[in-house]
Design a protein around this ligand. Structure first.
Ligand SMILES: Cc1cc2nc3c(=O)[nH]c(=O)nc-3n(C[C@H](O)[C@H](O)[C@H](O)COP(=O)(O)OP(=O)(O)OC[C@H]3O[C@@H](n4cnc5c(N)ncnc54)[C@H](O)[C@@H]3O)c2cc1C
Length: 293
């Protein structure tokens, strides 16, 4: 319950934080909300000789639309997403996801950037961001670069971030007309990680056919899973009950979960199917009601 000793750094600027990371590289860890990192250190499942706390760096907490994108600062807290009128009105998938992450105490500290940078496929934002076709902005010693979300999750707890990079922003395409999403999660109790969860973002065309589809699953493999086959199966077609059912079957077939105390592989796959069906229905319903934007 007591972590191994570490040096604590509290840089006041992004440049200072990046310089510290570049200096200590693999010996250092970024500390953001601490909601995943601190339990790991306390349980000695991980160790870091240097913790670089990014909490005092200005301008890393914001939610705004700019340049045809939603931009979320890397240190934006879950509670800010949960309370944001913009998120509720324009990005219901994110509002759904933020509301089922952990509990209010954790959400007051945990950050969206930390949720992604941790690289845990059980976290809820990774699949949500896959469905939303987000991009991640990383800042390092040579400036910033943008990473497509499909290239970001590289393995269990492994991301495309280099040791000296900080996740500074998440960018999500602003929704076209008749676009909406939904996130549905099965958890054993409030605050638990997902037994299974499905993220869906859809655009409906004028004829009612699906113009674009983003579908992804949480806790369904070593990385979050994009259900590409289900996405292509829906695209260009009217989302009839039969088509939704088949798309959900295809999404579940992409899941490769492991058995644990939350359930067997078969149970989790079946829950992925059921939740994808319901998330598709909810997203279609919401997209149909979304105003012209
Ligand atoms: C009781 C409990 C229940 C939970 N339930 C859920 C749940 O249901 N769903 C869910 O999704 N999560 C859950 N979590 C996990 C937690 O909410 C997320 O992992 C959290 O959002 C991580 O963000 P953080 O800011 O606390 O990151 P930290 O704990 O500070 O950091 C996590 C990791 O990411 C790195 N990191 C953090 N920020 C950055 C950055 N900006 N740039 C580069 N690297 C960075 C750190 O170095 C560390 O390796 C739970 C946690 C607790 C304690």
């Amino acid at each position: 319950m007591i972590p191994a000793p570490f040096d604590y750094h509290a840089p006041q600027t992004l440049a200072e934080a990046v310089a510290l990371l570049a200096q200590h590289r693999d010996e250092a860890k970024v500390l953001s909300g601490g909601q995943s990192l601190l339990p790991l250190l306390k349980l000695r499942l991980g160790a870091a000789a240097h913790l670089i706390d990014i909490g005092r760096i200005p301008d890393l907490e914001y939610i705004r639309e700019e340049g045809g994108q939603l931009r979320i600062g890397g240190r934006t807290r879950e509670s800010a997403l949960e309370r944001s009128e913009l998120i509720h009105r324009r990005y219901p998938l994110l509002a759904d996801a933020a509301a089922v992450i952990a509990d209010p105490l954790v959400r007051n500290l945990a950050t969206v950037g930390g949720n992604l940078a941790h690289g845990d496929p059980a976290n809820d934002h990774p699949a949500a961001m896959l469905a939303l076709r987000a991009e991640v902005v990383a800042t390092g010693p040579s400036g910033t670069r943008t990473i497509a979300i499909d290239d970001f999750f590289q393995g269990l707890f492994q991301t495309a971030l280099a040791a000296d990079e900080i996740l500074t922003e998440i960018r999500i395409p602003a929704p076209a007309a008749r676009t909406a999403g939904a996130y549905l999660k099965l958890e054993r109790k409030v605050g638990d990680f997902a037994t299974a969860a499905a993220a869906v973002q859809l655009t409906l065309g004028g004829s009612g056919a699906v113009e674009k589809a983003g579908i992804a699953l949480t806790n369904a493999g070593p990385t979050p899973v994009r259900a590409s086959d289900a996405e292509s199966f829906l695209t260009g077609e009217k989302p009839t009950a039969e088509r939704i059912a088949e798309a959900a079957k295809r999404a579940a077939a992409a899941a490769n979960p492991t058995a644990d105390r939350r359930g067997s592989v078969e149970y989790k796959r079946e829950m992925a199917r059921v939740l994808t069906t319901r998330a598709l229905q909810r997203a279609i319903d919401r997209a149909g009601k979304a105003e012209e934007r």
